[in-house]
Design a protein around this ligand. Structure first.
Ligand code: FES
Length: 321
């Protein structure tokens, strides 16, 4: 190189950058192995997903684990069906005196099956041992009684568990869903006195079966013409023994406009436990041409209440368009 071609001092020569080494290469073998293990992972999720979902603890609902207030007007009557409170995960049962050997009172029944933890539904239509209405677990069939959730069938090791219940002065209940007592055959004895049972001075229920209803004349509302509808009248058993009521017949009242419209009648249940409720049911259908008329019928009842072996009630309804 002649002096003329030599770079002048102070002129910088560009510096070559190193080429990075080649990255990992996706070979055919790696590709096949990747596909194999991905398939295995998906299969494992498919097989184990459902069982894991079943046993994995759920996030707590906002109201579960703490105290939940049940207003007095949501406490079911004694002897009636249990009522579910989903956020607290329990059923509220109100036992009448003598029911399942209980002195009477309220129980908050935890809905979790004592076998493997499935949620146990109340099945009002489920028939077992000649009775209708049970708690029945859908997973393996454990079956528990209506009032105190006593185990009568299935693989569960014990009755349903109970939650702590306190009664406030105004009749509201405080259910502590974080205080759980293991279920046992003693469940009926753990019922917390409520209502009349909680008032030591209150009059005890009358001896024997006792029919009680809110009056003897009932407005059944509007009955559409040409359409059969069902109407019901509630009654109670205010006594301390099972009450049987039946409807003998329904006839026109002396001042009836038509004396028609009642197509059928029945009583449910056939036997009402002490402190429980029953219903008189009527199938009504207004005949054509009777629109806007008010009709009046008399139902003749008989019962095993020694004070009311027979009685009548009056039904009033308007035949609508
Ligand atoms: S989980 Fe209820 S019977 Fe098995």
């Amino acid at each position: 190189m002649s002096a003329k071609e030599r770079p002048e001092p102070g002129v910088r020569t560009p510096v070559a950058k190193p080429v990075p080494p080649p990255g990992p290469v996706l070979t055919r073998r790696v590709f096949i192995l990747g596909g194999f293990w991905s398939s295995m992972l998906l299969a494992a999720v498919g097989v184990l997903g459902a069982p894991l979902d079943f046993v994995w603890p759920r996030r707590r609902a906002a109201d579960f684990g703490g105290e939940l207030i049940v207003p007095a007007d949501q406490v079911p009557p004694p002897g009636s069906e249990p009522v579910r409170f989903p956020t607290g995960r329990f059923y509220l049962s109100h036992l009448s005196p003598g029911q399942e050997g209980s002195p009477g009172g309220v129980l908050a029944i935890y809905q979790k099956c004592t076998h493997l933890g499935c949620t146990v539904p109340w099945r009002p239509d489920f028939q077992f041992q000649d009775e209708t209405g049970w708690f029945r677990c859908p997973c393996h069939g454990s079956t528990y009684t209506k009032g105190a959730a006593i185990l009568v069938f299935g693989p569960a090791p014990r009755p349903l568990d109970l939650l702590d219940v306190q009664v406030k002065e105004n009749g509201d209940l405080v259910v502590n869903t974080g205080a759980i007592t293991k279920g046992s055959p003693e469940n009926p004895l753990r019922a917390v006195p409520y209502g009349a049972a909680a008032s030591p001075g209150a009059a005890p229920p009358a001896a024997g079966p006792r029919f009680a209803a809110d009056g003897d004349t009932f407005d059944l509302g509007v009955v559409p013409v040409g359409e059969t509808v069902e109407r019901s009248i509630e009654f109670r058993n205010a006594g301390d023994a099972p009450l049987a009521v039946s409807i003998l017949k329904v006839r026109p009242a002396p001042d009836a406009a038509c004396g028609c419209g009642v197509e059928g009648f029945r009583v449910e249940p056939a036997s009402v436990p002490a402190g429980g409720n029953g219903r008189l049911l009527f199938d009504l259908k207004a005949p054509e041409g009777m629109e806007s008329m008010t009709d009046k019928m008399v139902a003749e009842l008989e019962s095993n209440d020694p004070a009311k072996p027979t009685l009548t009630i009056t039904l009033i309804f308007m035949m609508g368009p």
